[in-house]
Design a protein around this ligand. Structure first.
Ligand SMILES: Cc1cc2nc3c(=O)[nH]c(=O)nc-3n(C[C@H](O)[C@H](O)[C@H](O)COP(=O)(O)OP(=O)(O)OC[C@H]3O[C@@H](n4cnc5c(N)ncnc54)[C@H](O)[C@@H]3O)c2cc1C
Length: 386
């Protein structure tokens, strides 16, 4: 740190005190049994942290993405995994910006108390992947309802959420001027939907990340659950996606700092050839490089937060922050596992668990290639490649 006081120190200390009650063994046990850390989530909810972005008039603390990102960073820095709860933060952005006053009054106070969880967002589909505007799930208006048919994949936390945002096509692709038109966002009451047109099949995966395949078979959604204008959902969801990318950048920074602290402590203690391995520059440099890249990524993360909180769309900054932070955490993860030697592979050191967890962010919520192509086309004005 530069010596200038961190303006968020009080917030960080509060989070650190809460996270300290859930040590590495706690997260390791849930990882090994592929179970959901309910007690941890409960503690975060009762302390109000998962309602950080809800305005005070609706029972939240009215904080910005900046503070929300610090909550996520500190969870990962403590050895935990904010992937169990980050959905609530970025979905909040979609509801806050796209929802009507009536919708906010209906859902936000209950989300603030923890009575309802808004942890899920269903965008990705198995046959279209990153080509989001080609998604095939349809929502057809019939009377005062929309009838949804289609399939989604990799939809996280559905089994631990009462509410889910859904992106579906309301006007066929061949009838819209712009391919991003004709998509709409809906709020799905998950408990009501399961067994009434929604089937949820869990996907076992490399990390302890509760994620699922969803099948929609004539699921009826009341028209009052349409978020924002029909056909304009892509823009609404993009606001949420920029918040998501920024929050995940913060999580990667938390991971990177966890790896750097862990490996720095280890290499000072581990004696090989009669001296600490940390005396070798071949060991120091990869750790130092990961630190440099983490600090640089952190600046871009705070820039994306600053813009989002000022009501400006941080498209470029959110994407760049996510890529820089995911690369820094992956670099730190590699240094950490490498210099732990064989012990890096032992579950009790937690390095292999965090290594698996941080690897996800090279692919999700958006892969590095797609970020580079966004920057090339939308920031640098290079020719469109697809
Ligand atoms: C654990 C987990 C949790 C997830 N949670 C959610 C969730 O809650 N909600 C949700 O909607 N989605 C979720 N996802 C989905 C995630 O956002 C996607 O996996 C990710 O966006 C990549 O899409 P894809 O898997 O379809 O890959 P694809 O689009 O098939 O791409 C595969 C690879 O090809 C590369 N590629 C594709 N096109 C190009 C191109 N034009 N140029 C260069 N390279 C290209 C990509 O970089 C990528 O590496 C989750 C995924 C995982 C693994």
């Amino acid at each position: 740190m530069s010596g200038i006081e961190d303006p968020h120190m009080e917030l960080r200390e509060a989070l650190r005190a809460l996270c300290a009650e859930f040590p590495d063994e706690y997260h390791r046990k849930h990882d090994q049994h592929a179970t959901y850390p309910e007690e941890f989530l409960e503690a975060l909810t009762s302390a109000g942290w998962l309602a950080a972005m809800i305005p005070e008039e609706f029972g939240g603390s009215g904080l910005g993405l900046t503070e929300a990102s610090i909550v996520m960073e500190e969870i990962n820095r403590s050895g935990g995994n904010a992937g169990h709860c980050h959905g609530q933060m970025y979905n909040m952005g979609t509801l806050l910006r796209g929802g009507s006053d009536e919708q906010k009054a209906r859902w936000l106070p209950k989300i603030a108390t923890g009575e309802l969880r808004l942890q899920s967002m269903a965008v990705t589909e198995p046959t279209t992947g990153t080509d989001t505007t080609k998604l095939k799930t349809t929502a057809v208006k019939k009377g005062d309802k929309y009838v949804v048919n289609g399939q989604k994949v990799w939809i996280s936390r559905v089994q631990h959420s009462e509410l889910m945002l859904l992106l579906a096509r309301t006007t066929p692709l061949d009838q819209v001027k712009k391919k991003s038109d004709g998509l709409s966002v809906f709020m799905v009451d998950v408990k009501e939907a399961i067994g009434n047109g929604l089937t949820v099949n869990p996907i076992r995966n490399m990390v302890n990340h509760e994620t699922n395949e969803l099948f929609f078979d004539n699921l009826e959604i009341p028209e009052e659950n349409l978020i924002g204008e029909e056909g304009k959902g892509f823009k609404i969801i993009l606001g949420g996606l920029n918040a998501e990318r920024t929050l995940i950048a913060a999580e990667c920074i938390g991971d990177a700092r966890w790896f750097i602290d862990k490996v720095s402590a280890y290499v000072k203690e581990r004696i090989v050839f009669d001296r600490p391995i940390g005396m070798n520059q071949g060991v120091q440099f990869p750790i130092a490089r990961a630190h440099v890249n983490t600090e640089a990524a952190d600046l871009m993360r705070f820039e994306a937060c600053r813009m989002f909180d000022a009501g400006v769309n941080p498209g470029a900054q959110a994407n760049m922050a996510k890529m820089l932070a995911a690369d820094a955490s992956w670099e730190a993860a590699n240094a950490c596992i490498q210099f732990h030697g064989g012990f890096g592979f032992a579950a009790e050191y937690d390095v292999e668990r965090k290594f698996r967890e941080t690897r996800l962010y090279q692919v999700a919520p958006i892969s590095t290639n797609l970020i580079l192509s966004y920057v090339a086309e939308h920031v640098l004005g290079l020719p469109r490649s697809f």
